[in-house]
Design a binder for this molecule. Structure first.
Ligand code: ATR
Length: 279
C-alpha cells in the first residue's frame, strides 16, 4: 500500500452528523502520521446509488455505511464478504485498486471484541444468552455469537415475525421468545444484550426488569449515546458487569481503518477520552 498518497474516507448515512466515527478515524490518521481525512457524508436514500458509485470516481479509499443504508448498499457492491452476505447488510465499503467496490460488515467482529476487552476469558458458551431486538444490529450480534460457539440464544423482539426470520436456519441454537416474556427469559443467563433502540438518546428506556437475571451475568448495550443507558445503569447498580456500545464502535472501526489506510490501529485510553469529551 502506498502510504504517501492522501486518502479520503467517511461515514455515509442519514442522519449521520451525530456519528463519532470521524473523531476516531481522524485521531488514528494523526496518531500514525498518515495523510488522509475522514468525514460525514449525509446521503438521502434516493441518492445512495449515485453516492456509492461516486466513491470510486472520486478516488476515495472507501466509506462506512450506517442507517438507513446498510441493506441497500450491499446490493450495489461488486464483491461482498461472506460474513456481510450472511448478515444481509454491510457497514464498510473498500474501493479496490481496480475501482471495484468490496463490501464488509465488521459489526459482529466489533461486538465480540468489546466483550473480550471487558472480560479477557469471556466465552460464548458460558451459559444462555438473551438478545433483545431483531433489527440490523441484532443480526450482527446473533450471527457472531453463533460463530463464537453460543449454545443457547433467547431472542426476544417486540415484533415476533422479525425474530422468527432471524432465527430461521439456527433453530437448534436460537429460541424465539415472545416480548411479553422478556424479563422472565433472563433467568439463568450469562449474557444480556440490548440491540433495540430503547434507551438511546431521545428514546424511552428499555421496559424490562432485571430481577430474574443472575448478578454474575455480563450486561451489554449496542447503544453508545448515552454511554450508560438506563439498562446499563440498573445493571451496574445491582452488581452486574456492564459493557457499553462504544467498544463495539471502536472495534468495528479497526479492520476498516486497516483496509483503507494500511495500519491496524490500537484502541487507547487517549482515543476513548477524545470521544467521551464529545458527549
Ligand atoms: P438497528 O439496525 O440499529 O438494529 P432497526 O433495524 O431499526 O435498527 O431495529 C430496531 C430494533 O429496536 C428492533 O428490534 C425494534 O423492534 P421491532 O422489530 O418490533 O420494530 C426495536 N424497537 C424499536 N422501538 C421499540 C420499542 N418501542 N419497544 C421495543 N422494541 C423496539
Amino acid at each position: 500500500m502506498d502510504h504517501s498518497k492522501f486518502k479520503l474516507a467517511g461515514v455515509m448515512g442519514m442522519p449521520v452528523l451525530q456519528s463519532r466515527s470521524p473523531i476516531l478515524h481522524n485521531h488514528w490518521i494523526a496518531k500514525y502520521g498518515l495523510k488522509g481525512a475522514y468525514g460525514h457524508f449525509p446521503v438521502e436514500a434516493h441518492n445512495l446509488e449515485a453516492a456509492i458509485r461516486g466513491l470510486s470516481a472520486l478516488g476515495l479509499a472507501g466509506c462506512n455505511v450506517t442507517q438507513p443504508h446498510k441493506v441497500e448498499a450491499l446490493k450495489l457492491m461488486d464483491v461482498v464478504d461472506p460474513m456481510a452476505l450472511r448478515m444481509g447488510a454491510i457497514n464498510c465499503v473498500v474501493v479496490q485498486d481496480d475501482g471495484r467496490l468490496h463490501g464488509f460488515n465488521h459489526d459482529g467482529f466489533g461486538y465480540i471484541q468489546c466483550l473480550k476487552d471487558a472480560q479477557a476469558d469471556w466465552r460464548a458458551d458460558a451459559g444462555p444468552i438473551i438478545v433483545l431486538g431483531a433489527g440490523g444490529a441484532s443480526r450482527a450480534v446473533v450471527l457472531s455469537l453463533i460463530d463464537q460457539g453460543a449454545k443457547e440464544i433467547r431472542l426476544v423482539n417486540r415484533t415476533l415475525e422479525k425474530s422468527q426470520a432471524l432465527a430461521a436456519g439456527h433453530e437448534h441454537i436460537v429460541n424465539v421468545v415472545p416480548w411479553a416474556q422478556r424479563s422472565s427469559a433472563m433467568e439463568g443467563c450469562a449474557l444480556l444484550v440490548n440491540t433495540t433502540n430503547q434507551g438511546m438518546y431521545g428514546q424511552a428506556p428499555l421496559d424490562v426488569s432485571l430481577d430474574a437475571l443472575p448478578k454474575t451475568a455480563l450486561v451489554s448495550d449496542a447503544i453508545y449515546i448515552p454511554l450508560e443507558t438506563p439498562l446499563l445503569e440498573a445493571a451496574r447498580l445491582r452488581g452486574n458487569t456492564t459493557v457499553n456500545g462504544l467498544g463495539m464502535l471502536l472495534n468495528q472501526a479497526r479492520p476498516a481503518f486497516h483496509a483503507w489506510f494500511g495500519v491496524m490501529p490500537e484502541i487507547t485510553a487517549e482515543l476513548k477520552q477524545a470521544i467521551m469529551a464529545t458527549f
